[in-house]
Ligand binder design. Structure first.
Ligand SMILES: [Mn+2]
Length: 227
């Protein structure tokens, strides 16, 4: 199965509970639409898990970019002693500092701004729409637009492009995933959707939802019900 989540924000336990609930296995794929880090208290445990498995496919979020900005600033100051750099990088986190390895730093550094397949596109915040109503050519979209867009999420913003766009960044009003269906479709195929807004507010609401591509259904876990 193929699943999509976003904005995990250090909520390691909640994410693990969701993986349990869907019986996530090595045969499944989980797309993560950015913002693994910050807010919650287990960012590094989460990053370690996500960076360790090939079937987690992740794009960069603005909070992940915050870490990279910090990293670049440190590298400019003292780029030669990598032990010192790593211990400085650990100061970005307030828990589990010693978990951070260079492999995890590299994983963050090479996260893409988008993932595109035949049927869908994953981004963190949104994609601008051109004057004709189509998604802007992804090569022409700026990093700021991918990471900070607050317009694409709106319920009256649709596009004429064929692919479904998965995104997060802004918490939905009711803590539910919002799937925007194209008119006169059944909603049982990914092609039936314009866009799917994934940010259920894992950190704010204690609710984490994922969308299953094959079933076109959502599964939720609530912090109060999680073990
Ligand atoms: Mn964000």
């Amino acid at each position: 199965m193929t699943y999509f989540v976003s904005d995990l924000h250090g909520e390691y336990e909640l994410f693990c509970s969701l993986l349990d609930k869907i019986n996530f296995s090595d045969d499944d794929t989980m797309y993560i639409c950015g913002d693994i880090l910050e807010k919650g208290d287990s960012s590094l445990k989460l990053l370690k898990l996500i960076s360790s498995k090939k079937n987690f496919k992740c794009v960069l979020g603005n909070h992940d970019e915050n870490f990279l900005k910090y990293y670049r600033a440190i590298m400019e100051k003292s780029p030669t002693d990598f032990d010192i750099v790593l211990s400085s990088l650990r100061e970005f986190f307030f828990e589990d500092k010693e978990l951070l390895t260079w492999d995890m730093v590299d994983f963050l550094e090479f996260l893409p701004l988008y993932i595109e397949t035949e049927d869908f596109i994953c981004v963190h915040a949104g994609i601008p729409i051109d004057g004709n109503g189509y998604l802007k050519n992804l090569d022409k979209v700026s990093k700021e637009e991918f990471l900070f867009d607050r317009w694409f999420k709106d319920s009256d913003v649709m596009h004429k492009s064929k692919k479904c766009v998965f995104y997060g960044h802004t918490v939905t009003d009711n803590g539910k995933i919002i799937a925007y269906k194209r008119p006169n479709t059944k909603g049982d195929n990914i092609k039936d959707f314009y866009k799917i807004h994934l940010d259920t507010g894992a950190w704010q609401n204690g609710i984490l939802g994922c969308f299953c591509l094959e079933k076109c259904e959502c599964v939720y876990i609530n912090k109060n019900q999680a073990k």
